[in-house]
Design a protein around this ligand. Structure first.
Ligand SMILES: Nc1ncnc2c1ncn2[C@@H]1O[C@H](COP(=O)(O)OP(=O)(O)OP(=O)(O)O)[C@@H](O)[C@H]1O
Ligand code: SF4
Ligand SMILES: [Mg+2]
Length: 325
């Protein structure tokens, strides 16, 4: 494996076995991330973004969610092969996640200081209570909250403040990889900018790699060096932000998705809906999963899964249109 790669996901399949159906949420997903880089993961609701993050951490819902194939290399180790105990170590020390619903990460019966302290204790680099307490105060200040608020309970904070606490908990361990699942959606615009700056500063300071899941292309343009576009559980285009925002060639889905954002300078446009719906993940179309909505659909698209075509540099497009180029 390339030494620079911190994360390298190969051919991942994740499904949910529900009472009625099997939901194929992640399908043949390959994605890699180098040290210190931020990757924006974008795609419509239901594309499988959260499922991808939960698969990396192996935090899929018990008995329902399962990885059925593929490899997830992190720092050279295949996480899928690790014992639960080793995986717990990785969750505490190396990979942290900011969940889409931040409130689910906070326990209402403990003060926020105790909760950040727990994360630090698990990490094991702080020797005694005094050191931990000092670090808790530093973490609160880092996310823009007064240190005295460590003794307050989650319900005493506003939504935006709770999100800051959650970010402090995720960053407390100085993870190598941060999975941030829509970390700023619940925040108002000014606080959103502050929180993103905070995450960026941390990245610079600690060389943390980050996967930033977001619907907001303005955030991607401002924050991410790399961009991956996800559709029906697969990465259908990936490249540098420059490739994705300003490149000449794109996957037909990306073209539709980005139709409203002409270039990197436009900051706050959000994803534009494309005609038609995402396929039912319990009943995916054969061949290219985008074929029912694609204006360029050819016969081969309805039968054969498109290959990942490299367009130069790291730019990849998964589409039959580019196979002969
Ligand atoms: N616990 C679950 N049981 C059954 N199906 C699930 C479960 N969690 C997610 N799914 C399904 O898996 C698919 C992918 O969901 P996922 O949450 O990964 O999408 P997402 O890209 O994060 O969407 P959003 O942008 O809305 O957060 C969806 O069809 C969803 O309904
Ligand atoms: S593979 Fe075919 S259907 Fe799929 S996006 Fe490309 S042209 Fe469209
Ligand atoms: Mg999600």
């Amino acid at each position: 494996m390339d030494d620079e790669k911190l994360l390298d996901i190969r051919g991942l399949y994740t499904q949910y076995d529900t009472d009625d159906d099997v939901v194929y949420a992640v399908n043949n997903l390959s994605l890699s991330l180098s040290k210190g880089r931020t990757l924006g993961l974008v795609g419509e609701t239901g594309a499988g973004k959260t499922t991808t993050c939960l698969s990396i951490l192996r935090l899929l819902p018990d008995k329902i969610g399962k990885i059925t194939a593929g490899e997830i290399y992190f720092d050279g180790k295949n996480l899928i092969d690790l014992h639960e105990e080793d995986m717990r170590q990785i969750r505490g020390n190396d990979i942290a996640m900011i969940f889409q619903d931040p409130l689910s990460s906070l326990n209402p019966v403990y003060t926020v200081g105790m909760q950040i302290g727990e994360a630090l204790k698990y990490h094991g680099i702080y020797k005694n209570e005094k050191e931990i307490d000092k670090r808790v105060e530093e973490m609160l200040e880092l996310v823009g909250l007064p240190k005295e608020r460590k003794n307050d309970y989650p319900h005493q904070f506003s939504g935006g403040m709770k999100q800051r606490v959650v970010i402090a908990m995720a960053l407390a361990c100085e993870p190598k990889l941060l999975l941030a699942d829509e970390p700023t959606t619940a925040l108002d615009v000014t606080i959103q900018a502050q929180v993103l700056k905070l995450m960026n500063d941390l990245k610079e300071h600690l060389n943390t790699s980050m996967i930033l899941v977001t619907h907001d292309l303005g955030i991607v343009a401002e924050t991410c060096e790399d961009v991956a576009v996800m559709y029906a559980g697969s990465i259908i285009e990936k490249g540098s932000a420059e490739d994705i925002f300003n490149g000449e060639n794109h996957h037909p889905y990306t073209v539709g998705l980005f139709a409203s954002i002409p270039n990197l300078k436009v900051k706050t446009r959000r994803l534009k809906p494309i005609d038609g719906l995402m396929p039912d993940p319990a009943n995916l179309p054969k061949g290219c999963t985008f074929s029912p909505r694609c204006p360029h659909c050819m016969d081969i698209c309805k039968t054969e899964e498109p290959p990942c075509v490299m367009m130069g540099g790291e730019h990849m497009i998964k589409c039959h249109l580019f196979t002969s180029k």
